[in-house]
Design a protein around this ligand. Structure first.
Ligand code: FES
Length: 182
């Protein structure tokens, strides 16, 4: 093989390598760019951070706390049943509600409501919360986290798409009620 043929072969391989690297970089950049643009997709009540219906508020009798489930607006089609997120709905009176995240404020185990004792209890380390979600005893450092909610027509909506946190509690949501901090 002549020297000029060897050089042109090396150049061709070098260009091929550049092309493959470019294609791989483009493929790897897709999820990153999608992540950066994700806030722009959460418009008109769809996608990330959205008002999600818990159903007719007549399904939550006054003075009672009931389990509800909503479809996670950030779920993908492959998430299956894990896209259905439970929460506790307390109908205080009239249009006043509290919607609690099901996760214990200690390490996130699902809490259960015991109507007879009027307490939420966590099965993991014995955390206990009062009916209004405030901390009663045990390791949780605070009360249950709550979702902002609103009533539209005859339906109860919560602002879902991210777990409620202290940061979420500190802010307000346009068109909704600021959650009560337990
Ligand atoms: S996770 Fe609930 S008390 Fe620890």
């Amino acid at each position: 093989m002549s020297e000029s043929n060897e050089i042109s072969r090396r150049r061709a391989l070098f260009k091929l390598g550049l092309l493959i690297n470019g294609v791989m970089a483009a493929i790897l950049a897709v999820p990153f760019v999608g992540y950066l643009l994700s806030p722009l997709r959460g418009t008109a009540g769809h996608g990330y951070k959205a008002w999600v219906s818990l159903g007719p508020f007549s399904g939550f009798p006054e003075g009672q706390t009931r389990l509800a489930t909503f479809h996670n607006p950030t779920a993908s089609p492959t998430d299956g049943q894990t896209a259905n997120i439970p929460c506790w709905v307390r109908h205080i009176a009239g249009q006043n509600f509290q919607v609690f995240a099901i996760n214990c404020a200690h390490l996130g185990c699902p809490v259960r409501w015991f109507a007879q004792s009027g307490l939420f209890m966590c099965p993991c380390h014995g955390g206990v919360y009062y009916a209004d979600g405030s901390r009663a005893s045990g390791p949780p450092p605070r009360g249950l986290f709550t979702y902002p909610y609103k009533i539209d027509g005859d339906r109860l909506f919560i602002y879902a798409g991210e777990l409620p946190t202290l940061a979420a509690d500190a802010g307000t949501v346009a068109g909704g009620r600021k959650p009560c901090v337990g």
